[in-house]
Design a protein around this ligand. Structure first.
Ligand SMILES: [Zn+2]
Length: 189
């Protein structure tokens, strides 16, 4: 029983680079010393892992920063793509996306249909709402996904709420103005 115990410790030691070769000379009669060495080895491994984590902290920080940057850039672009997709659908001529100091903006020619502006504005809001929902769904994944996806959800939720404010030039302002015009138009006709 004891011998088998030691054998399994021995196998552990052989797989453990943190424990020096000297440990392999320990026999069953010196099992107490052996166990201490195992314990010391384990502690040393833990210590090594701890310092590795400190070094890996920079890598992890870099990865989180890269993730955050990608989420910001992709969220802004997909919001504008939402505008662009609807713009194309209502017959506007989409010219492209342009980067500004504050972010990205979608450029289009209303092509004689400026009254569709509210639908185009709604396209960006829908894209951001969809992204927020997708990020929210992502928070249900195992760790560390929740932390990463919560950032995307928070960002898109904030973007959506800000753009829902019914003031032009925010998307919400265009939607409200367009809906008001449409309802007054239908009451005239
Ligand atoms: Zn927008």
């Amino acid at each position: 029983m004891l011998g088998r115990d030691v054998d399994s410790f021995d196998r552990e030691l052989k797989h453990d680079p943190a424990v020096d070769d000297e440990s392999h000379f320990v026999n069953a009669t010196a099992s107490l010393v052996f166990r201490r060495r195992v314990a010391a080895g384990t502690l040393r491994v833990t210590g090594t892992r701890g310092s590795r984590d400190a070094g890996g902290g920079n890598v992890l920080g870099g990865l989180i920063l890269a993730w955050a940057t990608s989420v910001v850039v992709c969220s802004a672009m997909l919001h504008e793509f939402g505008h662009a997709w609807v713009a194309r659908a209502v017959g506007w001529k989409v010219i492209g996306l342009r980067w500004h100091w504050y972010g990205v903006a979608f450029i289009a020619d209303p092509d004689g249909k400026p009254e569709k502006l509210w639908k185009v504005a709604l396209g960006g809001l829908m894209a951001t709402a969809l992204l927020a929902l997708l990020f929210l769904a992502g928070t249900a994944l195992p760790a560390p996904a929740p932390l990463l996806f919560e950032f995307g959800f928070g960002l898109n939720a904030a973007l959506l709420l800000t753009n829902l404010v019914p003031l032009r030039p925010l998307d919400g302002g265009h939607v409200v103005a367009g809906l008001r015009r449409d309802s007054s138009g239908s009451s005239l006709s």
